[in-house]
Design a protein around this ligand. Structure first.
Ligand code: HEC
Ligand code: HEC
Length: 453
């Protein structure tokens, strides 16, 4: 009892002293706490600064990689296929007629006007540059101005190799100087680019034929079936060159913009953006890196028995260390805003209401991502199309396409294979498939909204 009282008294005393201590040096303690808050904010800001610096450095590095890094793939495009020899032509140490700038532009290659010195720009303007001469193409390559293609030259200035970059397929130019020549537009799919025609020029397609287990004429036939704006990123896994209806199995080059917040990358949701970047750099561009994918079973992807793309390991890895910055840059590329006057505002406003209302588009294309946060995969039946392309993916499904920036890639059509030529055709398909009973006017309004995204 006595003991308890003592303890209580002692505790009361302690509490009192504590209160006194807290109160007595009131102002001093305020000062102290504001000083420590300042310390904390200084510390946070140094830390924040470090984050900001890192962000900027990674972004710049990512842009550099996206535009100019070949990941060592020149060992394939130049070294194995000798594509550079076809570009240079016989007169300049290569083979065949060579590729003139006119030919290069006609197969959709783009020229970065910002890489051209002012004197050359003047000469081009004055019509003093021979655009029919492969030597001019080599000069453009030396200036590093051909978007997505790097030429490697020896000391004598002879083209001795070449490699490709992400920008080849996922950048274009704004044509501000001339058609095909202008400022870079990173992330925009190059729907003029005829990848098949370009690869077909290679003097040695035997390595591709060997990989696919066919002969060279067959390879050429397949490459010729793609056409502008298309590529087949699964051909060298499953060897399926044609759809059952005999048309090409290639897909449209998709944008690489507007992907921040998007979980599933590719038309069939193979994986995340960085997953796919590693897939492409290793298995499509033939860069030197590492890639693991147990879903590439020889049952679904027979070519893997030869390529071993399910487990790629290069001792000279030039990809893995770049994946972080590469992804960061891509996520930083916004979808381009629809130009003023390119759509009818009043109609788009009504279309917006329909999109989330009667037409029920927003049930899958959730604003503002316009795909589903989380899993965005759907069976072919759900969206009313065939399963050919979905069956070429481990997911066996189609991914809800993020719709921002649709206006900028209308060339080539819509859906993975461009089966719908116009947005109007897409809406007609949905109206039919989901029995939406949209009036003609409502369908037009919906199209205007899609053009505004
Ligand atoms: C030869 C053309 C080509 C090159 C080069 C290329 N891609 Fe692609 N890319 C494609 C095609 C075609 C697809 C669509 C594949 C599919 O869905 O089956 C695609 C898909 C993508 C996607 C998914 C887009 C989406 O909507 O989810 C990203 C991201 C991407 N590529 C990034 C890159 C990066 C980064 C590089 C360089 C490491 C690169 N690509 C190189 C043709 C190319
Ligand atoms: C059940 C989910 C679902 C619904 C509902 C849906 N979509 Fe889609 N949408 C998809 C999928 C999946 C794709 C990819 C199809 C492909 O690439 O083959 C797609 C593709 C598209 C495309 C093509 C984008 C491109 O770049 O090629 C447009 C445009 C589009 N949808 C608009 C709409 C509109 C408008 C509606 C409402 C009338 C709608 N969607 C309703 C899932 C859906």
């Amino acid at each position: 009892m006595n003991h308890t009282k003592k303890v209580v008294a002692l505790l009361t005393g302690c509490v009192f002293l504590l209160l006194l201590a807290a109160w007595a040096p009131g102002k001093k303690s305020d000062k102290a706490s504001s000083k420590s808050a300042a310390d904390a904010s200084a510390a946070v800001s140094a830390n924040d600064q470090q984050i900001n610096n890192n962000m900027q450095a990674m972004f710049n590095q990512g842009r550099q990689i996206f535009r100019y890094d070949t990941f060592g793939d020149e060992a394939f495009w130049g070294g194995a296929l000798h594509l550079h020899q076809a570009i240079a032509g016989e007169n300049l140490g290569g083979v065949g007629p060579g590729v003139s700038p006119k030919t290069a532009l006609s197969v959709g290659l783009k020229v970065d006007a910002d890489a051209l010195p002012a004197s050359l720009v003047e000469q081009i303007k004055a019509g003093k540059v021979n655009l029919d001469d492969p030597a001019t193409t080599l000069a453009l390559l030396k200036l590093n101005s051909v978007v997505g293609v790097t030429g490697f030259f020896d000391k004598q200035g002879k083209l001795q190799g070449m490699g490709i970059q992400c920008a080849l397929c996922h950048s274009t130019v704004d044509d501000s100087f001339a058609p095909g020549i202008g400022h870079r537009l990173d992330g925009w799919p190059n729907r003029d680019l005829n990848v098949g025609a370009i690869v077909s020029l290679a003097p040695n397609l035997q390595p591709v034929a060997d990989l696919l287990g066919v002969d060279v004429p067959t390879v050429k036939k397949v490459l010729g079936s793609w056409g502008p704006g298309k590529y087949d990123a699964e051909l060298d896994q499953d060897g399926k060159a044609l759809r059952p209806d005999g048309k090409s199995a290639a897909t449209l080059l998709p944008p690489a913009f507007g992907l921040a917040g998007v979980n599933d990358a590719t038309y069939t949701g193979w994986g995340s953006v960085t997953y796919w970047n590693a897939y492409v750099a290793n298995t499509q561009m033939h860069g030197k890196g590492a890639f693991s994918e147990p879903r590439l079973t020889t049952q679904q992807f027979p070519i893997v028995a030869r390529s071993h793309y399910n487990q790629v390991r290069n001792s000279d890895d030039q990809i893995t260390s770049k994946l972080g910055a590469l992804q960061f840059y891509q996520l930083g590329i916004p979808a381009p805003k629809a130009p003023e006057g390119s759509y009818n505002k009043a109609q788009a406003e009504r279309g917006k209401a329909l999109f989330s209302g009667k037409a029920n588009c927003a049930s899958c294309h959730v604003p503002d991502l316009y795909t589903e946060p989380g899993s965005s995969l759907h069976t072919p039946e759900e969206i009313g199309i065939d399963d050919f392309h979905s069956s070429r993916s481990p997911t066996k499904k189609y991914r809800t396409t993020p719709l921002r920036g649709l206006w900028s890639h209308q060339k080539g059509g819509f859906y993975h294979d461009g089966r719908f030529q116009t947005l109007n055709e897409v809406v007609v398909h949905y109206n039919d498939h989901f029995k939406l009973q949209l009036t003609d006017q409502e369908q037009k309004d919906l199209v205007e909204f899609l053009k505004s995204l």
